[in-house]
Design a protein around this ligand. Structure first.
Ligand code: NDP
Length: 297
């Protein structure tokens, strides 16, 4: 068997198109574009790249991007004052504080200061709580993107065995919650799980969010399983090359011999994250303006 390659890049591009056309519609009704504020503290090179791409994608989707780049020694008070200002700004629907923050800033208290109704990253405890009790709020972008790929591929997930490897607050836990809400039978595995290979072998759906290159081989997979690889790992560079290859947590080539469908790295889950961020911002804009959220978005 050769697995179907789940093309997250194409799915994300289509989602961004849909968001863009709804954003135009929103602007004609509300008299302003949806607005996303992104706050970056410090000069972490990876974060700078992420913030730059988020800004470009926001503008390309017909939304207003507000970027705030603050020095690494910004005080907690100054950052909280900026978040307060953004919370009160009616032109801003979504606020994202790029993580990680420098060590002297407490991520939990900064995220807690964002209005839950503008928390388009879905990291606020209120939104985590809403997800866990089944109320509508904002769901973290990466797991929501994985869920979109899964339902697009499989339709109804009722009764399927799902194994999520990883239990972080931003990927593993919300992923498990979404799968549970979709009536899958869910196992969350982590670094203390015994005989992980046997646990994964039961799964019709495997979501790997670990951060260990090529950890999951073909022997771990049930034939026909749908595999969503969230991991992004850079291998050491080959001789003569400046950068190593990007790989996921799943050994893609060999897993493709057994799985029914699988996301590649890159080009699978990665592109979904920003597309879902734009989707969440569009939803926030409609809610904040008292307009009906477009269906099927
Ligand atoms: P974390 O480091 O927060 O969590 C990793 C999880 O993996 C933990 O729950 C940990 O278990 C578990 N784990 C570690 N080693 C093992 C092991 N040997 N066996 C089983 N479980 C293990 O990572 P994130 O959730 O933030 O991210 C996971 C991966 O996804 C990373 O590669 C990250 O780069 C990528 N990522 C990709 C995104 C995208 O846009 N595509 C977005 C976010 C993340 P324990 O809790 O016991 O320590």
């Amino acid at each position: 068997m050769t697995a179907t390659r789940i093309d997250g890049k194409a799915f994300a591009a289509a989602l961004r198109e849909r968001v863009g056309s709804h954003a135009l519609d929103f602007a004609s009704k509300a008299g302003r574009k949806p607005g996303l504020a992104v706050v970056l503290v410090g000069e972490d090179p990876a974060s700078q790249v992420y913030v730059g791409s988020k800004g470009k994608a926001t503008v390309a989707a017909g939304m207003e991007s507000f970027e705030h780049r603050l020095p690494a020694d910004t005080s907690a008070d100054a950052l909280l004052a900026l978040v307060d200002k953004l919370n009160a700004d009616e032109n801003i629907d979504g606020i994202l504080v790029q993580l990680p923050l420098p060590d002297h800033l407490d991520e939990h208290s900064i995220i807690a200061s964002i209005s839950p109704d503008k928390d388009v990253d879905g990291f606020h405890v209120i939104n985590a709580g809403r997800l866990s009790v089944g109320q509508s709020g904002f769901v973290p972008c990466t797991p929501l993107g994985c869920m979109m790929l899964l339902t697009d591929r499989l339709g109804d997930l009722s009764g399927l065995e799902a194994v999520v490897i990883g239990r972080s607050n931003i990927v593993g836990k919300p992923m498990a919650q979404l799968l549970l809400d979709a009536n899958a039978t869910v196992t969350i595995a982590h670094s203390r799980t015994k005989d992980l290979a046997a646990v994964v072998k039961r799964a019709d759906i495997v979501v790997a969010a670990v951060g260990r290159p090529n950890m999951i081989g073909k022997d771990w997979l049930k034939p026909g399983a749908t595999v969503i690889d969230v991991g992004i790992n850079r291998l050491p560079p080959e001789p003569g090359k400046e950068k190593g290859k990007l790989v996921g947590d799943v050994a893609f080539d060999e897993a493709s011999e057994v799985a029914g469908a699988i996301t590649p790295v890159p080009g699978g889950v990665g592109p979904m994250t920003i597309a879902v961020l734009l989707r969440n911002t569009l939803v926030a804009a409609h809610r904040n303006a008292g307009l009906a959220v477009p269906e099927g978005i």
